[in-house]
Design a protein around this ligand. Sequence first.
Ligand SMILES: Nc1ncnc2c1ncn2[C@@H]1O[C@H](COP(=O)(O)OP(=O)(O)OP(=O)(O)O)[C@@H](O)[C@H]1O
Ligand SMILES: [Mg+2]
Length: 485
Amino acid sequence: MSLSLEKILIVEDEPIVRNLLTEILTRRKCIVRSAPTLAEAEALLSTDSFDMMLLDLRLPDGDGQRFLERVTAMPEHPLVVMITGYGTVESAVACMRAGAFDYVLKPFSPSQIDIILKKAQAYSQLLQVNRYLSNPEEAEDGGLVGRSPAMQRMRQMIERVAPTDATVLITGESGTGKEMIARELYRASQRRGHPFIKVNCAAISENLIESEFFGHERGAFTGATERREGRFELANQGTLLLDEVSEIPLNLQAKLLRVLQEREFERVGGNRTIKVNVRLLATSNRDLLSYVEKGEFRQDLYYRLNVFPIPVPALRERGDDLLILAEHFLKRCARKHGIKVNGFADSARAMLAGYRWPGNVREMQNTIERAVILTESGRPVTSAALGLPGDFSAFLPPAPPEPEILTAPTPVTVSARTVTDEAGGVLTIAILEKQAIQAALLQTKSNRTQAAALLGISIRTLRNKLQEYRTAGSPLEAELDSNES
Ligand SMILES: Nc1ncnc2c1ncn2[C@@H]1O[C@H](COP(=O)(O)OP(=O)(O)OP(=O)(O)O)[C@@H](O)[C@H]1O
Ligand SMILES: [Mg+2]
């Protein structure tokens, strides 16, 4: 006990009941405060935060139900369990309707309190997990699509390692499906009934990352107005995904290593050691070993993470899967947008097969979605609708040209023309880099996550670059009205 139900307030005027509850809960390692009146309870609630409150229905200075209604209207209120005597069950039921979590009848046994604690524990963990589950668009997905030997090997690996508690390091280019594989591992694991928590190590600002991982105590730093559990605690009994693990700052890597070795840590601003039982998965689209060589990633941490490596092949290395995936996305997008699409035209197939797909499956998914929107109902998707840069005639079967319908907005790419300036001089790498970033932001409508994926860099790197431009007094146009993503 004590992970998400740590502090409990007992509001009860009968000393015998109050002491009994205090004893039971203290033995379950909870921190217990008690109040014999509503006034005292109110005072405690205003200065401290509680995870659960046991509340008597009748108190000398007022009515428990009224107090319950006030408490549940507070933003971060404790779970409330009503304590009721014989003859007041009806009001207990009314309290349930008013937002009480449960009720317990006097007299009660310690085991009844245990049952309530267990239930409340599970419930509050679910609540917390819900708050963090942020990616609804991926939830609708089926499983991994593809039958290529590379995919089959990967499925075998997933099957083998999923049921174990081994740490898995999933590596591959951006957009290859690493996160999806992590979800598959979780789904096929024995922990699937428990939380699956993801931390995107690249998207959290450096000064918050420690508190995201390990949580903080109230008052640990400016703005820490409440105690907050970190992702390690939320993932207890379950699985924690460290997404883009290469982006963890060096100073935090040591702390992470300790959790991996000892499965224990302290919250920021706290000194109580918290033990957790967590299975770890990590992804990286960077070459972690080269980070190790450069001294940017701890070698010992690397070995701890790399217990079972799953390298994910790039889309262009998956042979026929390319077209199988394309058909899959075509069907899905057509359904989503209510457009009847008549497959791919030959030119489109040639383009799909010949393109390099630097952004892998994600790029393909986005390209096809855009193409479907550009395609008239009943017509096939053409190469013009796909609008990928390059010459794909070598991939075309000999056939007469088909009628083209709509042309995709020209994706901004760095071509030979943009490598030289107007006078024909060669541009510096810095300028080319800025142009590429500009192009990626334009193409992704300033979605930084997607832009970084297109560019093959981490979000952190992209963010640093944008910051550099702003500091230098020449922010990117495409970035001006962007929203953080
Ligand atoms: N084999 C697959 N079958 C179906 N959909 C896939 C497959 N692989 C990837 N996808 C889809 O492609 C998109 C990108 O996948 P995902 O987010 O897992 O990539 P990633 O490797 O984590 O990328 P990044 O390194 O940029 O974080 C997701 O929408 C995912 O659902
Ligand atoms: Mg990812």
